[in-house]
Ligand binder design. Sequence first.
Ligand code: NAD
Length: 481
Amino acid sequence: MTQTLSNYIGGQFVPSRSEKTDPVYNPATEEILAYVPLSTKEEVDLAVQAAAKAGRSWAKTAVPRRARILFKYQQLLVEHWEELARLITAENGKSYAEAYGEVQRGIECVEFAAGAPTLMMGKQLPDIATNLESGMYRYPIGVVAGITPFNFPMMVPCWMFPLAIACGNAFVLKPSERTPLLAQRLAELFAEAGLPDGVLNVVHGAHDVVNGILEHPGIAAISFVGSQPVAEYVYKTASSYGKRVQALAGAKNHSIVMPSADLDAAVTQIVSAAFGSAGERCMACSVVVAVGDVAEPLIGKLKQAADEISIGNGADEGVFLGPVIRQAHKERTLSYIEAGEQEGAKLVRDGRRDDAANGKGYFVGPTIFDEVTCEMKIWRDEIFAPVLSVMRAETLEEAIEISNRSDFANGACLFTQDGSDVRQFREHIDAGMLGVNLGVPAPMAFFPFSGWKNSFYGDLHANGTDGVEFYTRKKMVTARW
Ligand code: NAD
């Protein structure tokens, strides 16, 4: 019988009281892997109570002891690497190689958090005046909640709970209802590493759980990652309840290709960034701006490389492009392809014609549009699927101006062999994460994940010292002895 997932509250797997469930599909096979309960606000409250209780002693646990549990957790995640990667592929659809890479990015977050004794240090100045000293001490903030998307079932939760917990907070995680399986293993392994009961809790569900979190007076801060409209809603609602919020949102990342670029290397990077993980990455390359006479050879090479992509179940050897997450998302993607044709973009490669797109599973083949303009909705909206738009510009300045017109500003890339282009790009592009001769400039866990504009709501970003600032508060002590 297919399992219905339980919530994880106070160190116990507790069946949800809700009778509502959603099926969790393997998007490559349409098989139902499990049912996820759509829990209620009351269950959020139970998790917050458990977290608040456990958090009182966890906050007082010596920081090196907390760090030691994170070291043990890191070891266990390494030991379970393949199992976790297989689970990601089953529930998300991305290829095993990409899932394996995602586990690595998750583990790196735990490694960063294990530096808690250094990260939690304050600062002192012994002489602010004669016999007067002043010092800053860092403390946890209490119960933190995390709300996560489907596209990185391991990495994105790991941006949040390991660091929040290392900083002495207790945590309530609401994973995506479309990819909830991994969260259960992440919680089990943390418990096995010695995390006390109640410090990490998992409540499954959708809107009701999110709204319960946003309103709950016992939650001090919320880390959210997901689509732009929901990020904006979460940010505005939770901050109106006086909470600290960081809300990471959608994207439309542009890659500019200069005539001096090594075209073959650029094509390899762009194809991987546009079609890897079925385009379901907030750092996906969804628009290429070809500068000068690079457009024709670039488009030819992109099409050829896209034709060679192997599409199928991500669990199978050699597969590069897996399915999108659900049938509804496939239909939405197909409607964008139709819209692109109607708006007058030139369809260079039609992913609807690939065999896989016409069989079982939610597959869409790699799709490339040329002659896309800023008036088209395929340029404006985040499609979040293997659909790449190519635009043309005469100069780098014009290409940067096109990229800067987007409401989103997560990442941007430049392909060039000219150092002065790099400087012009770095100084004038409006985006928070830049790549040079690289397709996906996602920063490592010890740097902030720095989206700008509508790709981020808040002040302190996820990861790095921004993450430490977000999950801690400070006491200033000024003393005369
Ligand atoms: P989503 O917004 O649909 O869901 C994210 C979370 O919000 C889920 O846990 C979901 O249950 C909840 N949610 C969804 N609709 C809600 C509503 N109306 N009210 C309350 N809660 C709601 O996002 P998704 O489709 O799971 O993930 C893809 C999106 O996430 C893309 O837009 C992608 O760019 C973005 N993303 C951004 C980053 C980043 O770092 N900026 C990273 C990963 C993903």
